[in-house]
Design a protein around this ligand. Structure first.
Ligand code: M6R
Length: 611
Protein backbone atom coordinates (compact mmCIF):
# COMPACT_ATOMS: atom_id res chain seq x y z
CA UNK A 1 0.00 0.00 0.00
CA UNK A 2 1.46 3.41 0.90
CA UNK A 3 5.16 4.10 0.35
CA UNK A 4 7.31 5.47 3.16
CA UNK A 5 10.79 6.97 2.89
CA UNK A 6 13.00 8.70 5.46
CA UNK A 7 16.54 10.06 5.54
CA UNK A 8 18.83 11.66 8.08
CA UNK A 9 22.39 12.58 7.21
CA UNK A 10 24.73 15.14 5.71
CA UNK A 11 23.38 15.09 2.12
CA UNK A 12 20.54 17.42 1.02
CA UNK A 13 17.44 15.71 2.41
CA UNK A 14 14.69 16.77 0.00
CA UNK A 15 16.21 15.29 -3.21
CA UNK A 16 16.76 11.96 -1.44
CA UNK A 17 13.15 11.89 -0.26
CA UNK A 18 11.76 12.80 -3.68
CA UNK A 19 13.88 10.21 -5.44
CA UNK A 20 12.73 7.63 -2.90
CA UNK A 21 9.09 8.61 -3.48
CA UNK A 22 9.56 8.28 -7.23
CA UNK A 23 10.76 4.72 -6.68
CA UNK A 24 7.98 3.90 -4.23
CA UNK A 25 5.12 5.57 -6.09
CA UNK A 26 3.92 2.23 -7.43
CA UNK A 27 2.82 1.39 -3.87
CA UNK A 28 0.12 4.07 -3.92
CA UNK A 29 -0.46 7.34 -5.74
CA UNK A 30 -3.48 9.07 -4.26
CA UNK A 31 -1.31 11.82 -2.73
CA UNK A 32 2.29 12.56 -1.79
CA UNK A 33 3.99 14.66 0.87
CA UNK A 34 7.19 15.38 2.77
CA UNK A 35 8.11 16.70 6.21
CA UNK A 36 11.57 18.07 6.97
CA UNK A 37 13.02 19.10 10.33
CA UNK A 38 15.98 21.41 10.87
CA UNK A 39 17.00 24.33 13.07
CA UNK A 40 13.95 23.97 15.30
CA UNK A 41 11.49 24.16 12.41
CA UNK A 42 9.15 21.61 10.86
CA UNK A 43 8.16 22.11 7.20
CA UNK A 44 5.39 20.05 5.61
CA UNK A 45 4.36 20.10 1.95
CA UNK A 46 1.73 17.68 0.62
CA UNK A 47 -0.65 17.41 -2.30
CA UNK A 48 -3.44 15.16 -3.50
CA UNK A 49 -2.66 13.30 -6.72
CA UNK A 50 0.48 11.78 -8.09
CA UNK A 51 4.01 12.76 -7.14
CA UNK A 52 4.11 15.25 -10.02
CA UNK A 53 1.66 17.50 -8.15
CA UNK A 54 3.91 17.56 -5.11
CA UNK A 55 6.88 18.39 -7.33
CA UNK A 56 4.91 21.31 -8.83
CA UNK A 57 4.04 22.52 -5.34
CA UNK A 58 7.69 22.35 -4.32
CA UNK A 59 8.93 24.07 -7.46
CA UNK A 60 11.20 26.92 -6.45
CA UNK A 61 10.49 26.28 -2.78
CA UNK A 62 13.48 25.71 -0.53
CA UNK A 63 12.42 23.16 2.00
CA UNK A 64 15.49 22.31 4.00
CA UNK A 65 16.29 20.19 6.99
CA UNK A 66 18.69 17.74 8.52
CA UNK A 67 16.20 14.88 8.44
CA UNK A 68 12.91 14.21 6.74
CA UNK A 69 10.20 11.74 5.82
CA UNK A 70 8.15 11.31 2.65
CA UNK A 71 4.95 9.48 1.85
CA UNK A 72 3.01 8.32 -1.18
CA UNK A 73 -0.54 7.29 -0.30
CA UNK A 74 -3.07 4.59 -1.14
CA UNK A 75 -6.14 5.91 0.67
CA UNK A 76 -7.87 3.82 3.32
CA UNK A 77 -9.37 6.39 5.74
CA UNK A 78 -10.51 9.62 4.19
CA UNK A 79 -10.80 10.59 0.55
CA UNK A 80 -7.63 11.38 -1.38
CA UNK A 81 -7.39 15.16 -0.97
CA UNK A 82 -4.78 17.62 0.33
CA UNK A 83 -6.14 17.48 3.89
CA UNK A 84 -5.83 13.73 4.13
CA UNK A 85 -2.42 13.53 2.48
CA UNK A 86 0.48 12.55 4.75
CA UNK A 87 2.49 13.71 6.71
CA UNK A 88 0.06 14.53 9.52
CA UNK A 89 1.02 16.97 12.22
CA UNK A 90 -0.09 17.49 15.84
CA UNK A 91 -1.98 20.75 16.56
CA UNK A 92 1.15 22.45 17.97
CA UNK A 93 3.07 21.68 14.79
CA UNK A 94 5.87 19.83 16.62
CA UNK A 95 5.47 16.29 15.38
CA UNK A 96 4.89 14.91 11.87
CA UNK A 97 3.88 11.31 11.13
CA UNK A 98 3.70 9.20 7.99
CA UNK A 99 2.02 5.84 8.03
CA UNK A 100 1.30 2.74 5.97
CA UNK A 101 -1.46 0.43 7.18
CA UNK A 102 -4.54 0.81 9.33
CA UNK A 103 -4.89 1.87 12.97
CA UNK A 104 -7.87 -0.31 13.83
CA UNK A 105 -8.76 1.42 17.11
CA UNK A 106 -8.39 4.92 15.68
CA UNK A 107 -12.05 5.84 16.19
CA UNK A 108 -11.86 5.05 19.88
CA UNK A 109 -8.54 6.91 20.28
CA UNK A 110 -9.84 9.85 18.29
CA UNK A 111 -12.93 10.09 20.47
CA UNK A 112 -10.80 10.10 23.64
CA UNK A 113 -8.46 12.75 22.26
CA UNK A 114 -11.43 14.84 21.10
CA UNK A 115 -12.98 14.60 24.58
CA UNK A 116 -9.74 16.13 25.88
CA UNK A 117 -10.14 19.01 23.44
CA UNK A 118 -8.17 17.79 20.42
CA UNK A 119 -9.25 19.23 17.06
CA UNK A 120 -8.50 17.15 13.98
CA UNK A 121 -7.47 18.52 10.63
CA UNK A 122 -8.10 15.36 8.57
CA UNK A 123 -10.29 12.26 8.36
CA UNK A 124 -7.36 9.85 8.64
CA UNK A 125 -6.42 7.29 11.24
CA UNK A 126 -2.82 8.55 10.95
CA UNK A 127 -3.47 11.94 12.47
CA UNK A 128 -4.41 10.22 15.71
CA UNK A 129 -0.82 8.94 15.94
CA UNK A 130 0.58 12.47 15.65
CA UNK A 131 -1.73 13.63 18.44
CA UNK A 132 -0.83 10.62 20.60
CA UNK A 133 2.93 11.04 20.19
CA UNK A 134 2.66 14.75 21.06
CA UNK A 135 0.52 13.89 24.07
CA UNK A 136 3.03 11.27 25.27
CA UNK A 137 5.80 13.90 25.08
CA UNK A 138 3.71 16.36 27.07
CA UNK A 139 3.02 13.63 29.59
CA UNK A 140 6.74 13.24 30.34
CA UNK A 141 8.31 10.98 27.70
CA UNK A 142 12.02 11.80 27.82
CA UNK A 143 12.48 11.97 24.07
CA UNK A 144 10.76 11.26 20.74
CA UNK A 145 11.68 7.57 20.83
CA UNK A 146 10.10 7.12 24.26
CA UNK A 147 7.00 9.03 23.12
CA UNK A 148 6.64 6.83 20.02
CA UNK A 149 7.04 3.64 22.07
CA UNK A 150 4.36 4.85 24.51
CA UNK A 151 2.01 5.84 21.67
CA UNK A 152 2.47 2.58 19.77
CA UNK A 153 1.64 0.57 22.87
CA UNK A 154 -1.86 2.08 22.56
CA UNK A 155 -2.32 1.23 18.88
CA UNK A 156 -4.14 -1.78 17.43
CA UNK A 157 -3.84 -2.81 13.79
CA UNK A 158 -1.19 -3.29 11.16
CA UNK A 159 1.07 -0.33 10.52
CA UNK A 160 4.50 1.07 9.74
CA UNK A 161 5.07 4.63 10.92
CA UNK A 162 7.89 7.14 10.79
CA UNK A 163 7.92 10.24 13.00
CA UNK A 164 9.97 13.43 13.12
CA UNK A 165 9.89 16.15 15.79
CA UNK A 166 11.14 19.73 15.27
CA UNK A 167 12.71 19.62 18.76
CA UNK A 168 14.95 16.73 17.72
CA UNK A 169 16.26 17.66 14.29
CA UNK A 170 18.35 14.90 12.80
CA UNK A 171 16.26 12.13 14.37
CA UNK A 172 13.61 9.89 12.79
CA UNK A 173 11.78 7.32 14.90
CA UNK A 174 10.06 4.42 13.14
CA UNK A 175 8.04 1.40 14.21
CA UNK A 176 6.22 -1.43 12.50
CA UNK A 177 3.59 -4.05 13.24
CA UNK A 178 2.55 -6.40 10.41
CA UNK A 179 3.53 -3.88 7.70
CA UNK A 180 6.93 -3.75 6.04
CA UNK A 181 9.69 -1.33 7.00
CA UNK A 182 13.34 -1.68 6.01
CA UNK A 183 16.38 0.29 7.20
CA UNK A 184 19.75 1.06 5.65
CA UNK A 185 22.93 2.53 7.10
CA UNK A 186 24.79 5.03 4.88
CA UNK A 187 27.84 7.19 5.37
CA UNK A 188 27.04 9.71 8.12
CA UNK A 189 23.37 8.77 8.37
CA UNK A 190 20.56 6.33 7.79
CA UNK A 191 17.48 5.68 5.64
CA UNK A 192 14.19 3.90 6.02
CA UNK A 193 11.73 2.72 3.39
CA UNK A 194 8.65 0.57 2.90
CA UNK A 195 10.64 -1.71 0.67
CA UNK A 196 14.11 -2.44 -0.59
CA UNK A 197 13.50 -0.56 -3.86
CA UNK A 198 13.57 2.70 -1.86
CA UNK A 199 17.03 1.96 -0.42
CA UNK A 200 18.82 0.19 -3.23
CA UNK A 201 20.30 3.40 -4.70
CA UNK A 202 22.09 3.93 -1.37
CA UNK A 203 22.88 0.53 0.11
CA UNK A 204 22.36 -3.20 -0.39
CA UNK A 205 22.78 -4.05 3.29
CA UNK A 206 19.31 -4.02 4.70
CA UNK A 207 17.80 -4.48 8.15
CA UNK A 208 14.09 -5.33 8.11
CA UNK A 209 12.40 -4.14 11.27
CA UNK A 210 10.38 -6.86 13.00
CA UNK A 211 6.96 -6.50 14.64
CA UNK A 212 6.85 -4.04 17.54
CA UNK A 213 10.45 -2.97 17.12
CA UNK A 214 11.30 0.71 17.20
CA UNK A 215 14.21 2.17 15.23
CA UNK A 216 15.89 5.47 16.00
CA UNK A 217 17.73 6.85 12.97
CA UNK A 218 20.35 9.57 13.52
CA UNK A 219 23.62 10.64 11.93
CA UNK A 220 25.28 8.12 14.25
CA UNK A 221 23.38 5.25 12.63
CA UNK A 222 20.41 3.17 13.71
CA UNK A 223 19.46 1.90 17.16
CA UNK A 224 16.69 -0.71 17.37
CA UNK A 225 14.74 -1.55 20.54
CA UNK A 226 11.58 -3.39 21.46
CA UNK A 227 8.53 -1.50 22.71
CA UNK A 228 9.98 -1.62 26.24
CA UNK A 229 13.16 0.15 25.11
CA UNK A 230 15.35 -2.98 25.35
CA UNK A 231 17.99 -3.36 22.61
CA UNK A 232 16.85 -5.52 19.69
CA UNK A 233 17.86 -6.34 16.14
CA UNK A 234 15.85 -6.66 12.96
CA UNK A 235 16.41 -9.21 10.23
CA UNK A 236 19.61 -8.36 8.35
CA UNK A 237 20.25 -9.37 4.76
CA UNK A 238 21.97 -8.25 1.61
CA UNK A 239 20.09 -7.76 -1.67
CA UNK A 240 21.68 -9.05 -4.82
CA UNK A 241 20.03 -6.84 -7.45
CA UNK A 242 21.05 -3.31 -8.30
CA UNK A 243 19.36 -0.04 -9.19
CA UNK A 244 19.35 -0.76 -12.94
CA UNK A 245 16.91 -3.60 -12.28
CA UNK A 246 14.43 -1.07 -10.88
CA UNK A 247 14.60 1.30 -13.89
CA UNK A 248 12.62 1.18 -17.15
CA UNK A 249 15.67 0.79 -19.41
CA UNK A 250 14.05 2.30 -22.48
CA UNK A 251 10.67 0.54 -22.26
CA UNK A 252 7.57 2.74 -22.26
CA UNK A 253 6.35 1.13 -19.05
CA UNK A 254 7.68 -1.11 -16.31
CA UNK A 255 4.99 -3.64 -17.17
CA UNK A 256 6.27 -4.03 -20.72
CA UNK A 257 9.86 -4.32 -19.51
CA UNK A 258 8.81 -6.94 -16.99
CA UNK A 259 6.90 -8.95 -19.61
CA UNK A 260 10.09 -9.02 -21.69
CA UNK A 261 12.18 -10.06 -18.70
CA UNK A 262 10.25 -13.31 -18.33
CA UNK A 263 12.73 -15.60 -20.13
CA UNK A 264 15.50 -14.42 -17.82
CA UNK A 265 13.28 -14.55 -14.73
CA UNK A 266 12.32 -18.16 -15.45
CA UNK A 267 15.95 -19.11 -16.07
CA UNK A 268 16.99 -17.54 -12.75
CA UNK A 269 14.18 -19.21 -10.84
CA UNK A 270 15.25 -22.62 -12.17
CA UNK A 271 18.95 -22.10 -11.38
CA UNK A 272 20.41 -24.62 -8.98
CA UNK A 273 17.21 -26.62 -8.55
CA UNK A 274 18.68 -29.77 -10.07
CA UNK A 275 21.73 -31.65 -8.75
CA UNK A 276 24.32 -33.57 -10.78
CA UNK A 277 22.13 -36.70 -10.67
CA UNK A 278 19.19 -34.77 -12.05
CA UNK A 279 17.33 -34.75 -8.72
CA UNK A 280 15.32 -31.74 -7.53
CA UNK A 281 17.20 -29.90 -4.79
CA UNK A 282 15.67 -27.04 -2.87
CA UNK A 283 18.49 -25.90 -0.61
CA UNK A 284 16.89 -22.65 0.46
CA UNK A 285 13.68 -24.42 1.50
CA UNK A 286 14.73 -24.73 5.20
CA UNK A 287 13.16 -28.21 5.19
CA UNK A 288 14.12 -31.61 3.83
CA UNK A 289 12.45 -34.39 1.93
CA UNK A 290 11.37 -36.13 5.17
CA UNK A 291 9.17 -33.14 5.99
CA UNK A 292 7.25 -33.80 2.79
CA UNK A 293 7.12 -37.58 2.58
CA UNK A 294 3.93 -37.88 4.60
CA UNK A 295 2.06 -34.87 3.30
CA UNK A 296 -1.47 -36.05 2.52
CA UNK A 297 -3.20 -32.78 1.65
CA UNK A 298 -2.13 -29.46 0.20
CA UNK A 299 -3.90 -26.13 0.60
CA UNK A 300 -2.73 -23.25 -1.52
CA UNK A 301 -3.62 -19.77 -0.28
CA UNK A 302 -3.02 -16.53 -2.17
CA UNK A 303 -4.67 -13.44 -3.66
CA UNK A 304 -5.09 -12.01 -7.16
CA UNK A 305 -2.56 -13.17 -9.69
CA UNK A 306 -0.77 -15.30 -7.09
CA UNK A 307 -4.07 -17.13 -6.58
CA UNK A 308 -4.14 -17.91 -10.30
CA UNK A 309 -0.60 -19.33 -10.06
CA UNK A 310 -1.89 -21.53 -7.24
CA UNK A 311 -4.72 -22.75 -9.48
CA UNK A 312 -2.16 -23.74 -12.12
CA UNK A 313 -0.08 -25.59 -9.51
CA UNK A 314 -3.04 -27.68 -8.40
CA UNK A 315 -2.91 -29.61 -11.68
CA UNK A 316 0.82 -30.28 -11.37
CA UNK A 317 0.79 -31.33 -7.71
CA UNK A 318 -2.21 -33.63 -8.16
CA UNK A 319 -0.84 -35.12 -11.38
CA UNK A 320 2.83 -35.51 -10.44
CA UNK A 321 2.80 -35.94 -6.66
CA UNK A 322 -0.61 -37.58 -6.33
CA UNK A 323 -1.73 -35.35 -3.44
CA UNK A 324 -5.14 -33.68 -3.30
CA UNK A 325 -4.95 -29.89 -3.53
CA UNK A 326 -7.38 -27.14 -2.64
CA UNK A 327 -6.70 -23.60 -3.77
CA UNK A 328 -8.26 -20.81 -1.78
CA UNK A 329 -8.43 -17.06 -1.78
CA UNK A 330 -6.48 -16.11 1.34
CA UNK A 331 -9.08 -13.66 2.64
CA UNK A 332 -11.68 -16.46 2.61
CA UNK A 333 -9.47 -19.25 3.98
CA UNK A 334 -8.66 -17.41 7.18
CA UNK A 335 -12.30 -17.11 8.18
CA UNK A 336 -13.12 -20.78 7.57
CA UNK A 337 -12.41 -23.83 9.69
CA UNK A 338 -10.27 -25.83 7.26
CA UNK A 339 -9.38 -29.31 8.44
CA UNK A 340 -5.62 -29.08 8.93
CA UNK A 341 -3.32 -31.68 10.45
CA UNK A 342 0.48 -31.94 10.87
CA UNK A 343 0.42 -33.77 7.50
CA UNK A 344 -1.24 -30.85 5.74
CA UNK A 345 1.04 -28.64 3.71
CA UNK A 346 -0.11 -25.07 3.23
CA UNK A 347 1.57 -23.23 0.36
CA UNK A 348 1.20 -19.46 0.74
CA UNK A 349 2.02 -17.54 -2.44
CA UNK A 350 2.76 -13.83 -2.48
CA UNK A 351 5.19 -12.03 -4.75
CA UNK A 352 5.56 -9.20 -2.22
CA UNK A 353 5.41 -11.45 0.81
CA UNK A 354 3.54 -8.63 2.54
CA UNK A 355 -0.09 -9.15 1.45
CA UNK A 356 -2.07 -8.86 4.69
CA UNK A 357 -4.67 -11.47 3.72
CA UNK A 358 -2.05 -14.06 2.76
CA UNK A 359 0.01 -13.41 5.89
CA UNK A 360 -3.09 -13.86 8.03
CA UNK A 361 -4.03 -17.09 6.22
CA UNK A 362 -0.52 -18.48 6.79
CA UNK A 363 -0.68 -17.57 10.48
CA UNK A 364 -4.12 -19.19 10.72
CA UNK A 365 -2.73 -22.40 9.17
CA UNK A 366 0.34 -22.55 11.39
CA UNK A 367 -1.76 -22.00 14.50
CA UNK A 368 -3.63 -25.16 13.58
CA UNK A 369 -0.50 -27.25 13.22
CA UNK A 370 -0.02 -27.22 9.45
CA UNK A 371 3.40 -26.65 7.87
CA UNK A 372 3.57 -23.52 5.73
CA UNK A 373 5.80 -23.15 2.70
CA UNK A 374 6.04 -19.60 1.36
CA UNK A 375 6.56 -18.78 -2.32
CA UNK A 376 7.76 -15.18 -2.49
CA UNK A 377 9.79 -12.90 -4.72
CA UNK A 378 11.06 -10.73 -1.88
CA UNK A 379 13.92 -12.05 0.20
CA UNK A 380 13.34 -11.41 3.88
CA UNK A 381 9.66 -10.47 3.39
CA UNK A 382 7.26 -11.06 6.29
CA UNK A 383 5.78 -14.17 4.67
CA UNK A 384 9.21 -15.62 3.94
CA UNK A 385 10.35 -15.01 7.51
CA UNK A 386 7.24 -16.36 9.21
CA UNK A 387 6.80 -19.55 7.16
CA UNK A 388 8.32 -22.93 8.08
CA UNK A 389 10.06 -23.01 4.74
CA UNK A 390 10.47 -20.66 1.79
CA UNK A 391 11.02 -21.08 -1.92
CA UNK A 392 12.00 -17.85 -3.66
CA UNK A 393 11.08 -16.87 -7.17
CA UNK A 394 13.97 -14.93 -8.64
CA UNK A 395 12.13 -12.53 -10.91
CA UNK A 396 13.96 -9.41 -9.69
CA UNK A 397 12.01 -6.31 -8.64
CA UNK A 398 8.56 -6.00 -10.17
CA UNK A 399 7.41 -2.38 -10.23
CA UNK A 400 4.36 -2.42 -12.54
CA UNK A 401 1.22 -2.89 -10.45
CA UNK A 402 0.10 -5.67 -12.79
CA UNK A 403 1.99 -8.85 -11.89
CA UNK A 404 3.63 -10.51 -14.90
CA UNK A 405 7.10 -11.99 -14.44
CA UNK A 406 6.33 -12.89 -10.84
CA UNK A 407 3.34 -14.91 -12.09
CA UNK A 408 5.33 -17.09 -14.48
CA UNK A 409 8.11 -17.57 -11.94
CA UNK A 410 5.56 -18.54 -9.30
CA UNK A 411 4.32 -21.26 -11.66
CA UNK A 412 7.91 -22.42 -12.16
CA UNK A 413 8.64 -22.49 -8.41
CA UNK A 414 5.38 -24.34 -7.76
CA UNK A 415 6.10 -26.87 -10.51
CA UNK A 416 9.53 -27.48 -8.97
CA UNK A 417 7.84 -27.93 -5.59
CA UNK A 418 5.39 -30.38 -7.18
CA UNK A 419 8.32 -32.43 -8.51
CA UNK A 420 10.04 -32.23 -5.13
CA UNK A 421 6.90 -33.59 -3.47
CA UNK A 422 6.66 -36.31 -6.12
CA UNK A 423 10.28 -37.23 -5.51
CA UNK A 424 9.87 -37.26 -1.70
CA UNK A 425 6.80 -39.51 -1.98
CA UNK A 426 8.33 -41.60 -4.78
CA UNK A 427 5.30 -40.82 -6.89
CA UNK A 428 7.48 -40.37 -9.99
CA UNK A 429 10.54 -42.30 -11.13
CA UNK A 430 13.78 -40.27 -11.01
CA UNK A 431 14.03 -40.20 -14.81
CA UNK A 432 10.47 -38.86 -15.06
CA UNK A 433 11.38 -35.98 -12.70
CA UNK A 434 14.50 -35.36 -14.74
CA UNK A 435 12.50 -35.22 -17.99
CA UNK A 436 10.05 -32.73 -16.55
CA UNK A 437 12.88 -30.54 -15.29
CA UNK A 438 14.57 -30.68 -18.69
CA UNK A 439 11.29 -29.55 -20.30
CA UNK A 440 11.11 -26.66 -17.86
CA UNK A 441 14.66 -25.66 -18.65
CA UNK A 442 13.63 -25.24 -22.30
CA UNK A 443 10.94 -22.70 -21.37
CA UNK A 444 13.07 -19.51 -21.41
CA UNK A 445 13.85 -19.94 -25.12
CA UNK A 446 10.24 -20.76 -25.89
CA UNK A 447 9.09 -17.70 -23.97
CA UNK A 448 11.39 -15.58 -26.13
CA UNK A 449 9.66 -17.02 -29.22
CA UNK A 450 6.22 -16.10 -27.84
CA UNK A 451 7.42 -12.55 -27.18
CA UNK A 452 8.24 -12.29 -30.90
CA UNK A 453 4.49 -12.15 -31.60
CA UNK A 454 4.16 -8.81 -29.80
CA UNK A 455 3.48 -6.73 -32.94
CA UNK A 456 0.75 -9.10 -34.10
CA UNK A 457 -0.87 -8.84 -30.64
CA UNK A 458 -0.54 -5.05 -30.66
CA UNK A 459 -2.56 -5.13 -33.92
CA UNK A 460 -5.27 -7.22 -32.28
CA UNK A 461 -5.26 -4.81 -29.34
CA UNK A 462 -6.07 -1.95 -31.72
CA UNK A 463 -9.00 -4.00 -33.03
CA UNK A 464 -10.36 -4.98 -29.60
CA UNK A 465 -9.69 -1.84 -27.56
CA UNK A 466 -13.13 -0.30 -28.17
CA UNK A 467 -14.98 -3.44 -27.06
CA UNK A 468 -17.10 -2.88 -23.99
CA UNK A 469 -16.58 -6.38 -22.71
CA UNK A 470 -14.01 -9.15 -23.36
CA UNK A 471 -14.56 -12.77 -22.31
CA UNK A 472 -11.75 -15.24 -21.68
CA UNK A 473 -12.52 -18.96 -21.69
CA UNK A 474 -10.40 -21.99 -20.87
CA UNK A 475 -10.46 -25.50 -19.52
CA UNK A 476 -8.04 -27.46 -17.30
CA UNK A 477 -4.79 -25.41 -17.06
CA UNK A 478 -6.34 -22.97 -19.53
CA UNK A 479 -8.90 -21.90 -16.91
CA UNK A 480 -6.53 -20.08 -14.54
CA UNK A 481 -4.97 -18.42 -17.58
CA UNK A 482 -8.40 -17.25 -18.74
CA UNK A 483 -8.94 -15.76 -15.28
CA UNK A 484 -5.49 -14.18 -15.30
CA UNK A 485 -5.94 -12.76 -18.83
CA UNK A 486 -9.20 -11.13 -17.72
CA UNK A 487 -7.62 -9.75 -14.55
CA UNK A 488 -4.72 -8.25 -16.51
CA UNK A 489 -7.05 -6.60 -18.97
CA UNK A 490 -9.50 -5.15 -16.46
CA UNK A 491 -6.96 -3.90 -13.94
CA UNK A 492 -4.87 -1.83 -16.35
CA UNK A 493 -7.32 -0.90 -19.14
CA UNK A 494 -10.60 -0.67 -17.13
CA UNK A 495 -12.28 -2.64 -19.94
CA UNK A 496 -14.77 -5.04 -18.40
CA UNK A 497 -13.32 -8.54 -18.73
CA UNK A 498 -14.22 -11.89 -17.18
CA UNK A 499 -12.69 -15.33 -17.32
CA UNK A 500 -14.87 -18.45 -17.38
CA UNK A 501 -14.50 -22.21 -17.34
CA UNK A 502 -15.42 -22.85 -20.98
CA UNK A 503 -17.74 -25.70 -20.00
CA UNK A 504 -19.70 -23.33 -17.76
CA UNK A 505 -20.58 -20.95 -20.59
CA UNK A 506 -23.76 -22.83 -21.45
CA UNK A 507 -24.89 -22.58 -17.82
CA UNK A 508 -25.27 -18.82 -17.95
CA UNK A 509 -22.39 -16.63 -19.20
CA UNK A 510 -23.11 -17.39 -22.87
CA UNK A 511 -26.07 -15.03 -22.50
CA UNK A 512 -23.51 -12.20 -22.47
CA UNK A 513 -22.31 -12.94 -26.01
CA UNK A 514 -23.25 -10.24 -28.47
CA UNK A 515 -22.58 -9.85 -32.17
CA UNK A 516 -18.91 -8.94 -32.65
CA UNK A 517 -18.05 -9.28 -28.95
CA UNK A 518 -14.49 -10.57 -28.46
CA UNK A 519 -13.87 -13.95 -26.81
CA UNK A 520 -10.32 -15.11 -26.11
CA UNK A 521 -10.07 -18.91 -25.96
CA UNK A 522 -7.18 -20.94 -24.54
CA UNK A 523 -7.07 -23.75 -27.09
CA UNK A 524 -3.64 -25.37 -26.93
CA UNK A 525 -3.11 -29.11 -27.49
CA UNK A 526 -4.06 -31.44 -24.68
CA UNK A 527 -6.79 -33.78 -23.55
CA UNK A 528 -9.45 -31.04 -23.46
CA UNK A 529 -8.72 -29.48 -26.84
CA UNK A 530 -11.70 -31.14 -28.54
CA UNK A 531 -14.00 -29.79 -25.84
CA UNK A 532 -12.71 -26.25 -26.15
CA UNK A 533 -13.21 -26.39 -29.92
CA UNK A 534 -16.89 -27.15 -29.27
CA UNK A 535 -17.06 -24.23 -26.85
CA UNK A 536 -15.52 -21.96 -29.49
CA UNK A 537 -18.18 -23.07 -31.96
CA UNK A 538 -20.91 -22.32 -29.41
CA UNK A 539 -19.80 -18.71 -28.95
CA UNK A 540 -19.08 -18.26 -32.68
CA UNK A 541 -22.62 -19.39 -33.44
CA UNK A 542 -23.83 -16.48 -31.32
CA UNK A 543 -21.74 -13.88 -33.10
CA UNK A 544 -18.54 -13.77 -31.03
CA UNK A 545 -15.22 -12.79 -32.61
CA UNK A 546 -12.79 -15.42 -31.34
CA UNK A 547 -9.08 -15.04 -30.69
CA UNK A 548 -7.60 -18.47 -30.02
CA UNK A 549 -4.27 -19.10 -28.30
CA UNK A 550 -3.21 -22.36 -29.92
CA UNK A 551 -0.25 -24.68 -30.42
CA UNK A 552 2.12 -24.07 -33.31
CA UNK A 553 1.26 -26.35 -36.22
CA UNK A 554 -2.46 -26.47 -35.37
CA UNK A 555 -3.90 -25.33 -38.70
CA UNK A 556 -7.35 -26.73 -37.97
CA UNK A 557 -7.95 -24.06 -35.34
CA UNK A 558 -8.09 -21.45 -38.10
CA UNK A 559 -11.35 -22.99 -39.28
CA UNK A 560 -12.90 -22.15 -35.91
CA UNK A 561 -11.31 -18.94 -34.70
CA UNK A 562 -11.17 -15.50 -36.34
CA UNK A 563 -7.64 -14.82 -35.08
CA UNK A 564 -4.95 -17.18 -33.82
CA UNK A 565 -1.81 -16.51 -31.80
CA UNK A 566 0.49 -19.51 -31.65
CA UNK A 567 2.75 -20.70 -28.85
CA UNK A 568 5.32 -23.51 -29.17
CA UNK A 569 4.33 -27.06 -28.23
CA UNK A 570 5.16 -28.07 -24.64
CA UNK A 571 4.01 -30.61 -22.06
CA UNK A 572 0.34 -29.98 -21.33
CA UNK A 573 0.98 -28.85 -17.74
CA UNK A 574 3.57 -26.27 -18.84
CA UNK A 575 1.36 -24.37 -21.31
CA UNK A 576 0.32 -21.70 -18.76
CA UNK A 577 3.88 -20.33 -18.68
CA UNK A 578 3.60 -19.61 -22.42
CA UNK A 579 -0.09 -18.90 -22.97
CA UNK A 580 -0.27 -16.16 -20.37
CA UNK A 581 2.24 -14.06 -22.32
CA UNK A 582 -0.02 -13.15 -25.30
CA UNK A 583 -2.72 -12.23 -22.78
CA UNK A 584 -0.34 -10.00 -20.80
CA UNK A 585 0.65 -8.31 -24.06
CA UNK A 586 -2.98 -7.96 -25.15
CA UNK A 587 -3.90 -6.33 -21.84
CA UNK A 588 -0.86 -4.09 -22.02
CA UNK A 589 -1.44 -2.90 -25.59
CA UNK A 590 -5.17 -2.33 -25.10
CA UNK A 591 -4.39 -0.22 -22.01
CA UNK A 592 -1.64 1.67 -23.85
CA UNK A 593 -3.96 2.21 -26.84
CA UNK A 594 -6.58 3.68 -24.50
CA UNK A 595 -3.96 5.95 -22.94
CA UNK A 596 -4.22 4.39 -19.48
CA UNK A 597 -1.58 4.81 -16.81
CA UNK A 598 -0.38 1.24 -17.23
CA UNK A 599 2.05 1.04 -14.31
CA UNK A 600 -0.19 2.86 -11.85
CA UNK A 601 -3.79 1.91 -12.60
CA UNK A 602 -6.51 3.73 -10.71
CA UNK A 603 -7.53 2.54 -7.23
CA UNK A 604 -4.79 -0.10 -7.04
CA UNK A 605 -1.45 -0.49 -5.29
CA UNK A 606 1.33 -2.98 -5.74
CA UNK A 607 1.48 -4.27 -2.20
CA UNK A 608 -1.79 -4.71 -0.35
CA UNK A 609 -0.95 -4.50 3.34
CA UNK A 610 -4.50 -3.95 4.54
CA UNK A 611 -7.26 -6.54 4.85
O1 M6R B 1 2.11 -9.60 -3.52
P1 M6R B 1 1.03 -10.62 -3.80
O2 M6R B 1 1.42 -11.64 -4.78
O3 M6R B 1 0.52 -11.24 -2.53
O4 M6R B 1 -0.16 -9.78 -4.41
C1 M6R B 1 -1.40 -10.37 -4.64
C2 M6R B 1 -2.30 -9.48 -5.47
O5 M6R B 1 -2.52 -8.27 -4.80
C3 M6R B 1 -1.72 -9.18 -6.84
O6 M6R B 1 -1.44 -10.35 -7.55
C4 M6R B 1 -2.70 -8.31 -7.66
O7 M6R B 1 -3.83 -9.05 -7.98
C5 M6R B 1 -2.03 -7.76 -8.92
N1 M6R B 1 -2.48 -6.42 -9.15
C6 M6R B 1 -2.32 -8.55 -10.14
O8 M6R B 1 -1.74 -8.02 -11.26
Amino acid sequence: MCGIIGYTGPAPVLPILLEGLRTLEYRGYDSAGVALVGAGALSVVKRAGKLGRLLQALDGDTVEGTAGVGHTRWATHGEPNDRNAHPHVDPAGDVAVIHNGIIENFAELRAKLAADGAVFASDTDTEVVAHLVAQCRRDGATDLAEAVRAAVRRLDGAFAIAVVDRREPGTIVACRREAPLVLGRVSGGALLSSDVAGLIAHTRDIEALLDDQVAVLTRDGIAVTDLGGRPAQGHRFTVDWDIAAAEKQGYAHFMLKEIHEQPLAVRETLLGRVDAEGRVTLDELRADADDFRFVDKVYIVACGTSFHAGMVAKYAIEHWAGIGVEVEIASEFRYRDPILTPHTLVVAISQSGETADTLAAATHARAQGAKVVAISNVVGSSLARDADAVLYTRAGPEIGVAATKTFVTQIIALDVLALYLAQARRALFPDECRDHLARMEALPDLLAQVLDSEQEIAGLARRFCRAGYVMFIGRHVGLPIALEGALKLKEISYVHAEGFAAGEMKHGPIALITDGGPVVALATRGHVRGKILSNIQEVKARGAVVLAIATEGDTEIKEHADHVVYVPEVHELLYPVLTVVPLQLLGYHIAAELGRDVDMPRNLAKTVTVE
